[in-house]
Design a protein around this ligand. Structure first.
Ligand SMILES: NC(=O)c1ccc[n+]([C@@H]2O[C@H](COP(=O)([O-])OP(=O)(O)OC[C@H]3O[C@@H](n4cnc5c(N)ncnc54)[C@H](OP(=O)(O)O)[C@@H]3O)[C@@H](O)[C@H]2O)c1
Length: 216
């Protein structure tokens, strides 16, 4: 069974990913700035760490020879630029710890609409979300510029709306940078099904070195 390291496991999306990892009996290294906030489980090794301190995180990821690194961290709303340093650090950690895959949760705002515009350029897109969408886009650009790395990266954009809801066991993946919508034009996914999709990516090698999106 593969060993998985995860950052962001105390968050809304990351905690669902953590639960999905536990359900599938992975051995997990969960890293948080507040390790006491992590749930107890015999499958979880909880570690204290801040992605801004890459050496500490690398040590934790390396210690148990984790094969996959998952990040569901959020940008700091008071210092959005630091998300780019966090992104560079995740890449350094993935390299140093020699993981085979880096799976990161991104944003939907830079997904394309049928008219070719980005979702965040759509009329009525909330102003307060735009800077967050933009920083996720710039983080994605960092991944897209990677060359010659020994690990594969996958940046997973949620649907336009992602909320806590039931797990249906169903989802679709879009791999062409377009927003994925249902027949009514809605782009929605529950955090629970999103978490399943992320965990499925651990063993599914269909998508490599690209951004994908998950929606119903
Ligand atoms: N439709 C969309 O595009 C959409 C919607 C929702 C979310 N998202 C994205 O999905 C991601 C997760 O969102 P969420 O709502 O689950 O976030 P959240 O609930 O705010 O959780 C954020 C997580 O990030 C971790 N974190 C933040 N800074 C860190 C640091 N410096 N070092 C280590 N860990 C750090 C926190 O861990 P600790 O505090 O325990 O250290 C926490 O577990 C975000 O990037 C968000 O922007 C996209």
């Amino acid at each position: 069974m593969e060993k998985i390291a995860i950052l962001g496991a105390t968050g809304k999306i990351g905690s669902r990913i953590l639960m999905e990892l536990i359900e599938r009996s992975y051995v997990i290294t969960a890293i948080s700035r507040n390790a006491f906030d992590l749930p107890g489980s015999t499958l979880i090794i909880g570690c204290e760490g801040d992605i801004m301190n890459e050496k500490v995180i690398s040590g934790h990821v390396m210690a148990l020879e984790n094969e996959v690194l998952i990040s569901a961290i959020s940008p700091d709303p008071h210092d959005l630029e630091s998300f780019l340093t966090a992104t560079e650090n995740l890449i350094k950690v993935a390299e140093k710890a020699a993981v085979k895959k880096l799976i990161t949760v991104g944003g939907a705002g830079s997904l394309l609409l049928p008219d070719g515009k980005m979702l965040m350029e759509k009329e009525g897109f909330p102003d307060f979300v735009k800077p967050i969408s933009d920083i996720h886009k710039r983080a994605l650009d960092i991944y897209k510029s990677l060359e010659g790395k020994k690990f594969d990266w996958i940046n997973v954009s949620p649907a336009e709306t992602i909320e806590a809801d039931e797990k249906t066991g169903k989802y679709r993946i879009g791999a062409d940078d377009h927003l994925l919508m249902d027949e009514q034009g809605r782009s929605f996914i529950s955090m629970e099904d999103f978490a399943s999709a992320v965990v499925d990516l651990i063993e599914d090698d269909t998508y490599k070195n690209q951004r994908i999106t998950v929606s119903y």
